[in-house]
Design a protein around this ligand. Structure first.
Ligand code: ZN
Length: 492
């Protein structure tokens, strides 16, 4: 049986920490909103995916059998007010390629970045365009239940009617009359919806729209909120355990998901809602218009005016984990550089730990340290506190290494196991052989050196070629001569 009885999760729906009790243990259904693939993945996506990567890893560590579903939104969703261009098609026109080429290009980009940050692939990665039939069926069920209406080939969810019997706003805490105040100005323009808060679950397609599907209401596209309702319940059941996403998705996206599921099937779909917080840069909101928003790959290369250097993917991962997922995460060069140092210290400690020699008896208390790490992870996946506990152990490990303290063989094995499990499996960090900020320089230098060596080989100057090889070997760099070219690698 999973030992997760003491795991507590903050549930956005109930606004409190609850003991985690899955619906059908040891199975756990986890659904996370994935990216809309119309441009390069941004850092906010990475934080969200990292948050639920940790959730997935820790639940797996607790021996739950997790089915992790993360969607790809590959039909550009309409804007919140149900108007505006399809984002993917707009981009396709801009780049003068097919919408599905845009989808492929940015799906690939997303996957490259998730690999770089060592994010585990979901068990299922369904696409919106792959589930059009199910989306049409869900629209029909909502219509059958008289909680939607059709106007001019579009179908709208009837929020006014729904809120007569149900609590629209239960997740976000928003109240319809307050929302009405906020949107009064926008209503002037005349709208085919009956009520300001109604939202499209099927939208009639214009002549120019390329990606559109036939439906009982004519050619159109599904509303954005609909795909997540359909794909989550298709793969995890009408009611499932955890639904995650960024805080910005709470309203209207997730609120509408709840309404759609109740409207179609009478089931409140999610037991635990989890939302990660936003990113800031030097204390201000990260935004394109402020010029302070950088892409994950820019953060790695350092190729952005607000970055003093590049930071390796594991430095960024470690840095993000030093903030709790429900807190805002503030990027600054100082904080990233501190994370770089901290990560290096932690990795050096693990190398030391794995080489430690045991004694007859322990003078240190290991079980206390191990217990503390589990407690902090059980407390709503509190990674910063867990990392702090791992650093408490650094002092212990160093004093054993300096022969000031001693450790028994059994304790040593437990401690090694603990660090390897927590650092690599749960926090998902990995050893990076070459510090990424030096990557570019190292690669450029090695190109120069390998070129010189190749030239000496061509001139049959074996002495110089061997000298270069042997000197590099002393730096733990090995050159591998291929048929047409030579590559190099660094060994720790
Ligand atoms: Zn979603």
């Amino acid at each position: 049986m999973p030992e997760g009885k003491s795991l507590h999760i903050y549930n956005t729906l109930t606004r409190k920490k609850e003991v985690f009790k899955p619906l059908n243990p040891p199975f756990v259904g986890l659904y996370v909103c994935g990216p809309t693939v119309y441009s390069d993945v941004h850092l906010g996506n990475i934080r969200s995916n990292l948050t639920f990567d940790i959730v997935y890893r820790y639940l797996t560590y607790l021996k739950y059998n997790v089915r992790y579903v993360r969607n790809i939104t590959d039909v550009g969703h309409l804007l919140d007010n149900d108007e505006g261009d399809d984002k993917i098609e707009k981009r396709a026109r801009l780049e003068k390629i097919e919408p599905m080429e845009i989808v492929q290009k940015y799906t690939n980009n997303f996957h490259v970045v998730t690999q770089l940050f060592n994010l585990i692939n979901p068990s299922i990665e369904p696409t919106a365009t792959g589930h059009i039939v199910e989306q049409i069926e869900m629209v029909q069920r909502i219509l059958d239940n008289n909680l939607a209406y059709e106007i001019n080939g579009s179908v709208y969810f009837d929020v006014k009617k729904y809120s007569g019997e149900h609590n629209y706003g239960e997740l976000s805490g928003r109240k319809l009359d307050e929302l009405l105040e906020q949107t009064r100005d926008e209503l002037e323009g005349g709208d085919e919806k009956k009520y300001f808060a109604d939202f499209a679950i099927w939208k009639k397609a214009s002549e120019e729209t390329i990606m559109k599907w036939d439906s009982p209401w004519g050619l159109g596209v599904p509303g954005w909120h609909l795909e997540c309702s359909v794909m989550s319940t298709k793969y995890l059941g009408q009611r499932f355990d955890i639904h995650g996403g960024g805080m910005d998705l709470k309203f209207p996206h997730h609120e509408c998901e709840i309404a759609q599921s109740i409207g179609a099937d009478g089931v409140n779909p999610v037991k635990y809602w989890m939302h990660n917080n936003m990113l800031t840069v030097n204390g201000t909101k990260m935004s394109k218009s402020l010029g302070n928003s950088f892409l994950p790959l820019e953060l790695i290369s350092g190729d952005h005016p607000s970055l003093e250097q590049g930071y390796s993917p594991m430095t960024v991962r470690f840095f993000m984990l030093q903030a709790h997922y429900r807190s805002t995460l503030d990027f600054s060069n100082e904080a990233l550089q501190a994370a770089e140092k901290g990560l290096k210290k932690l990795m050096t400690t693990i190398t030391t730990l794995n080489k430690l020699e045991s004694s007859e008896k322990s003078s240190v208390n290991i079980s206390f340290l191990i217990k503390k790490c589990k407690e902090s992870m059980n407390d709503d996946f509190n990674t910063p506190i867990t990392i702090a506990h791992l650093f408490d152990g650094v002092k212990i490990i160093n004093s054993i290494n300096d022969d000031k303290e001693s450790i028994s063989a059994k304790d040593l094995e437990n401690l090694q196991d603990h660090y390897n499990t927590f650092v690599f499996e749960i926090l998902g960090l990995k050893i990076e052989h070459v510090n990424s900020s030096n990557d570019k320089l190292a690669n450029a230098l090695m190109d120069v050196i390998i070129n010189i060596r190749n030239q000496s080989k061509e001139k049959k100057d074996w002495e110089t070629a061997d000298l270069i090889r042997n000197e590099l070997k002393r730096l733990n760099i090995s050159i591998n001569d291929g048929k047409d070219s030579s590559t190099w690698s660094y060994e720790e």
